[in-house]
Write a protein that binds this ligand. Structure first.
Ligand SMILES: [Cu+2]
Length: 117
């Protein structure tokens, strides 16, 4: 009987940790290589398309994107990978080259964007 009690306590503890983990929104700020309004649209939509993210806000002034996500469904690395696959650097994750090369010329690294504003 004592055993049964400790097992049910363990089960309850596990359930509590699941409940507190799920539905908890985490935030992360990721530095990208984006530079204009077109980049903003691409980066935000690539992040939002990822399962587990609830919002993405790209700031053109500093090229950073603020992402809100459910830590039970995704993680910062998966978010950086999504940005990389869209053609942009994301913190220490380099852009996927083919995706980067397919971007409009002005959105590529080292170029200066004058449109999109
Ligand atoms: Cu751009």
């Amino acid at each position: 009987m004592k055993n049964l009690k400790s097992i049910s306590i363990a089960i309850i503890l596990v359930m509590i940790s699941f409940v507190s983990f799920a539905g908890k929104t985490s935030k992360i700020m990721i530095k990208t290589s984006g530079q204009c309004g077109m980049c903003k649209t691409k980066i935000e939509s690539s992040v939002k398309a990822l399962n587990g993210t609830s919002s993405a806000y790209y700031n053109e002034a500093n090229s950073k994107v603020l992402v809100k996500y459910d830590a039970a469904k995704t993680n910062p690395d998966a978010i950086r990978q999504a940005i990389s696959k869209a053609g942009y650097d994301a913190d220490n994750v380099m852009a996927v080259k083919a995706a980067h090369d397919a971007l409009p010329k002005c959105c590529q690294k080292g170029q200066v964007c004058t449109d999109g504003k």
